[in-house]
Design a protein around this ligand. Structure first.
Ligand code: PEP
Ligand code: MN
Length: 264
């Protein structure tokens, strides 16, 4: 169902505040985790002021260690929803477990399936039975065919509002970057599938200083949008502070990315 061969036109996903895919370029930004009601509101303002129409934020966090901050759960989703509504934005929130799909659906406009869950087939089937758009993140060592088959699990249930996010993969050298961003996968996916391709430069870079160059590379490769982690005080972020952009850094990224997209 995702094949370009049988469906030559781009899938364009329309949410209340965003149009994703085709020639559109969508900025999505927000904190890695929803940290508090006041904080996510502050980050929503920064995101919106710089052109983002989607507010990202994790309330259920897939942390590598069980002892790291796991997220605020449903309260976090409430704060995220309130913040997005205050600024006329869509919500992008991760759902980690099929038991939570119904609950997360009450708050989010776009489901995020995290890299670690890209092949959680029961989760994919469950979100496939909803009509809420899904951002499927590439698994850390997923091949292109693995991604396309994971997307197919969602589509097979009747949900065709799928976007694929490249967030970097594990390679032989991830000493200086957290992952290796595969910019080449953007045109490859666009050839094979009609779904929008989004770049997450934050989890690819792992370090603030590399986020903007990777975002621009992904944009130049033709991505339909970016999802970027932002924080006003990265040193005290509850997760992924090393890769968070401060408000002024996000402003710079957003201006440059829009300019690069406009050149294409
Ligand atoms: C995230 O978006 O905060 C996240 C955990 O991403 P990934 O699943 O790509 O690691
Ligand atoms: Mn993160």
């Amino acid at each position: 169902q995702g094949s370009r061969q049988f469906h030559p036109e781009d899938t364009v996903i329309k949410t209340k505040h965003s149009v994703i895919g085709g020639d559109h370029f969508t900025l999505m930004a927000g904190p890695c985790s929803v940290e508090s009601q006041a904080h996510v509101l502050k980050m929503a303002r920064v995101a919106k002021e710089n052109g983002a129409t989607v507010l990202r934020g994790g309330a259920f966090k897939p942390r590598t260690s069980p002892y790291s901050f796991q997220g605020l759960g449903e309260d976090g989703l409430k704060y995220l929803r309130q913040a997005a509504d205050a600024f006329g934005m869509d919500v992008l929130a991760e759902v980690m477990d099929d038991e939570h799909v119904e609950m997360v659906a009450k708050y989010t406009d776009i489901f995020q399936i995290g890299a670690r869950n890209m092949q959680n087939f029961s989760l994919l089937k469950t979100v496939g039975q909803t009509d809420i758009p899904v951002m499927l993140k590439r698994g850390m060592s997923a091949t292109v065919d693995d991604i396309l088959n994971a997307a197919e699990y969602i589509a097979a249930g009747g949900n065709h509002n799928i976007m694929i996010a490249e967030r970097g993969i594990r390679t032989f050298d991830n000493k200086y970057t957290r992952n290796t961003m595969d910019a080449g996968v953007v045109p490859v996916l666009q050839k094979l599938t009609h779904y929008p391709v989004i770049i997450d430069p934050s989890h690819a870079a792992g370090h603030t200083e590399f986020v903007t160059p990777l975002a621009l590379a992904g944009t130049a490769a033709g991505a339909s949008g970016l999802v970027v982690e932002i924080h006003d005080d990265p040193a005290h972020a509850l997760s992924d502070g090393t890769q968070a952009l401060k408000p002024n850094e996000f402003k710079d990224l957003a201006e440059k990315a829009v300019a690069v997209h406009d050149l294409l």
